[in-house]
Design a protein around this ligand. Sequence first.
Ligand code: 48H
Length: 263
Amino acid sequence: MIDEIDITRTIIEGYVEDFLKNIDIDVAIAGAGPSGMVAAYYLAKNGYHVVVFEGKLSIGGGMLGGGMMFSKIVIQEEVIPVIDEFGIKYTKHKNLYLLDALETASSLCLSAIRSGAKIFNLITVVDVLIRDTKIEGLVLNWSPIDMINLHIDPLSIRAKMVIDATGHTADIARIIEKKIGKCLATETGGLIGEKSMWAEKGEREIIGNTKEVYPGLVVTGMAANAVFGSPRMGAIFGGMLLSGKKAAEVVIDKLKSAENSSF
Ligand code: 48H
């Protein structure tokens, strides 16, 4: 016999048990778009305790819509080794490679989870924990609460490093600028804002923009270009994937040097 109360108990106990395992971690990532999921994959693969908080019901961010709802994306030649690591299929068209947007997003998600990353959906990052001058965690609320603006206080998680993978809005860097002032590692100290479309330049600059922008906070993906004032690039996603990989490398370097300096 299937008892509905057993279904309720199993789901709630399982979720709470999972959540409690993930409130004091190495790396917290805001956003399960392509850059966030790639960063999560490489961090988990290297043995770090990494959790992604995604505000929406779906994972994949802007990748799911492809270019103007044609659910295909393109990447460049140098991204093929990353695509091969995730086992995603592609076809070649002149100097571009064409991928199915849904296959790509779901492969990134499955690989991240299977390598040990945890992804929570429907949770929005609404604020950050700051101690002295370092980000030390995230403040979270259920997305529907945030969307309809109910007056319900959030809860927090602690993380040694945070990655802002929130895309065009660069929510985490924006929160820091709003609450602390012009303290970001940009030319102005503030969030400069994304520029109009220029695929070549946007893709070229995104890797350099993927770095620590405030102590404990690394920006990746479209958030990196928004923070440092680089162009958008449309439905070419190579830069997002390489940026996610670079974000993982930057975070691993930071965590290793923090471990070494504590000896
Ligand atoms: C929790 C949040 C919050 C929050 C946002 O937009 P994304 O796909 O981000 P990237 O940078 O990995 O990829 C960008 C790409 O999709 C894109 O938009 C491109 C290439 N645009 C070019 C162009 O010209 O337009 O994903 C970000 C994710 C989304 O799923 C959001 O729901 C989520 O982050 N998110 N999650 N708390 N505060 N803010």
